[in-house]
Write a protein that binds this ligand. Sequence first.
Ligand code: GDP
Length: 302
Amino acid sequence: KKFKDGMTKTRESFSGKVNDLVARYRKVDEDFFEELEEILISADVGVSTVMELIDELKMEVKRRNIQDPKEVQDVISEKLIEIYESGQEHLSEVNIQKDGLTVILFVGVNGVGKTTTIGKLAHKYKQEGKSVVMAAGDTFRAGAIEQLEVWGDRVGVSVIKQSAGSDPAAVMYDAVQAAKARKADVLLCDTAGRLQNKVNLMKELEKVKRVIEREVPGAPHEVLLVLDATTGQNALSQAKTFSETTDVTGIVLTKLDGTAKGGIVIAIRNELNLPVKFVGLGEKMDDLQQFQTEQYVYGLFA
Ligand code: GDP
């Protein structure tokens, strides 16, 4: 599925409201900005980010002496891109090693789409000609190992596992050895996502990470936090919790196809300084896309 198709719900809601706003106002004034502020907040852009954006918009509108509300729309896109990128390019690039094994660790609470994302990404890398191994590190959630195996069969990638309830760090050790022995390019590691017992979960993640660090110098090369876009501000608070305890390097935002509140992308980047690396746009193996700022921002309107 294409980026643009996956964002239909957000676009219809967001651009519908903006178009309606632009049609109702003859000139850009305080009331106009107030309504725009509400639209942005309702799209989950995040209050502090919206304040910043509105301030910048006001300055730019004044600087360019813009009177016509229609012209503001382009400025919104420009400013959203500016805020998102804040001077950095290639934000969604994944730290794939040119030689040797790349290890990517996936963290996030249950139900956000972690297993599905790992399966989709295994497929993507395999399509690119890479040899991929998956590690069934969620030994806690019932069915997590089997679910990863289903993905393994579907995309033709092997899964390293132990029995349910076993030590995830031991699974990681096995998986790293297997990946090395097979001279794999990419090892994708699932982890448990229960947040009910935060301290234990974080300890478990640290232990898993230590094994990977010890066995593969420089690894994990990415720690991707998977968030469900449909949970809105909840996703933002999960991101805060995880990034306080683990060195998260990027975000996978799933179920963007299922929400009208795709503005969360901007909030995550601006408030937590974490780039979105991939977005999930559906349940099938092809429904994962590398994030692209311009496609995303223009997808809000076009
Ligand atoms: P986990 O508990 O984090 O491993 O979550 P799962 O991978 O089991 O996913 C939970 C549910 O979300 C499943 O029904 C998936 O098919 C669904 N899902 C995952 N990613 C997406 C996505 O990008 N779009 C949609 N529409 N559904 C998704």
